[in-house]
Design a protein around this ligand. Structure first.
Ligand code: 6PG
Length: 245
């Protein structure tokens, strides 16, 4: 029996993608400052996909204390490590090849070794980090997040493995490595970035209380979701934007 606690879910409507990008950058840097002031280090889990890329690119200009950052990944595609479709490649190209983060603190998932070996190796690495400071996540059209897809084992039980092999992802490539819902929930803060008309249905299902994979990320402090306000207006463009409830 998997246990999916219902987290506090804070919805932050954004007027457009520029506002979403600026809000996300402020949120990430504030979290980094707090973590580094308190614990001397900032453990962040990056999301893959396209939505976060402009946020990562904007972070290049920030005066972050990069040497205190520890960069992890929520999931990775089983492709060669230099493949442009890799989430680690996107993060390097967009941000980390341009700032002084020591390479030893960039923890890519070794998904090029295959889903099983990659998941096993990453789960071992994660043993050294009891709790992340910030987990960034996206939302798929079907309600997936990271590489936790509907109908699959999202690893929500407390005793779930930290990292799971995925062999049949509906979003290509089919073979991936993902952190489990339970491991992604071991974080002080979690921020979802949701943008694009294609996410309308998934947002509506989530807000209606459906147990989509994204809803299974349940940190003690709840989750924050920054999303296009238009996604909760009627497609005809009528109706009020969501309140930031
Ligand atoms: C991946 C991501 C995935 C992504 C969502 C949203 O490897 O593809 O981890 O979970 O965040 O599919 O993707 P977009 O931001 O491109 O819409």
């Amino acid at each position: 029996m998997a246990f999916f606690p219902t987290p506090e879910t804070r919805w932050h409507p954004q007027t457009d993608t520029g506002a979403l990008k600026a809000s996300a950058v402020r949120f990430i840097l504030a979290c980094a400052r707090r973590s580094i002031q308190t614990r001397g280090v900032f453990h962040i889990v990056l999301s893959g996909g396209n939505t976060p890329r402009p946020v990562y690119e904007s972070l290049r200009e920030s005066r972050a204390d990069w040497r205190a950052w520890r960069v992890w990944f929520g999931d990775e595609r089983c492709l060669p490590s230099a493949d442009p479709e890799r989430n680690s490649r996107m993060a390097l190209d967009a941000l980390f090849a341009h700032v002084p983060l020591p390479q030893r603190y960039f923890y890519a998932i070794s998904a090029e070794r295959g889903a099983l070996n990659g998941a096993f190796a990453y789960a071992k690495l994660l043993q050294d980090v009891p709790e992340f400071d910030l987990v960034l996540l996206g939302l798929g059209e079907d309600g997936h997040t990271a590489s936790l897809f509907p109908g699959g084992d999202t690893g929500g039980a407390f005793n779930a493995q930290a990292a799971l092999p995925i062999f049949n992802a509906p979003k290509p490539p089919p073979e991936r490595v993902t952190l489990s819902a339970a491991r992604l929930s071991l974080t002080r803060q979690a921020l979802f970035l949701v943008s694009g008309e294609s996410k309308r249905a998934a947002v509506a299902r989530w807000r209606a209380g459906e147990n989509i994979p994204a809803a299974r990320i349940a940190p003690r402090s709840g989750v924050d979701i920054m999303f296009d306000a238009a996604l909760v207006r009627h497609p005809a463009g009528g109706g009020p934007a969501a309140s930031a409830s």
